[in-house]
Design a protein around this ligand. Sequence first.
Ligand SMILES: C[S@@+](CC[C@H](N)C(=O)[O-])C[C@H]1O[C@@H](n2cnc3c(N)ncnc32)[C@H](O)[C@@H]1O
Length: 272
Amino acid sequence: MGQKKLIKFAAIKEYENVLEYPQDMPGKWAAFFKELEKGTVNIPLEQLPIEQTEKPLVLELACGRGEYAVGLGRMFADQNFIGLDLKGNRIWKGASIANRDGLKNVGFVRTQIDQVTQYFAKYEVDEIWITFPDPQLRLSKAKKRLTHPKFLRLYQQFLKPDGIVHLKTDSPNLYLFTKTIIELFGLTLLTATDNLYGTKFMQSDKWDDRCAIKTYYEGLNIASSNRIHYIQFKLDKELPLELDEKLKDIIAEFEVTETHDSLARNGKQAME
Ligand SMILES: C[S@@+](CC[C@H](N)C(=O)[O-])C[C@H]1O[C@@H](n2cnc3c(N)ncnc32)[C@H](O)[C@@H]1O
């Protein structure tokens, strides 16, 4: 492992705004952010009290460098933000910026998204942002897409019933896949555009200033679509397992024109 990565891994171990595989955190995020706001988290995490969240809690999944957690943290002082990713060296970037700029409403969790339900209590999270996740184009990998019902069922365990999921992607395939799920399961679609920065959408009442935050992967244009796609929806219906088979049949018919996977790997290498 490179020296730079080791330095970053060592740094985040000292950062109070980064928790690596934290134990016993469900229900305690409000208390954690109150401590962070005081300047230092003096209480051992296991002794933090379980409290009702006064401030909305927003989660950025697969956050990479955490541009959304940090950017939203700047925009909304009255909300708390958590970026979650597996890669410590990427989290280091966002956590360092949050520390430098005194953003006490921004924290990071280093862990696997598959384990995300271990960290939040029922209804603890108000919104989820997923930006430029790997679209996992191969049909055999569809279950790894972060908007697959398998993941949506996890998010439902801690998202408020009226909670919102935002997906920003340059992948037309992931966009279509996600829209298909919303339709198939009867979820409430709030916004969907295949051209987020097109004049028509930007001038419409659907435009949301939060969408203007740019991430590292957004800049890479890996899918070569030259268009940013955006979907905002609610996880407000049950997601019956039986429909997963139907979904499988539907997506088997999709034509995949992107070559995202190999280029994504290059992008990842460039980032590390
Ligand atoms: C393509 S990058 C996008 C990063 C960031 N959202 C952006 O737009 O720049 C995907 C991110 O997902 C993270 N990731 C992939 N699978 C994960 C998993 N199972 N658990 C946690 N993070 C994961 C990777 O470490 C990587 O940082």
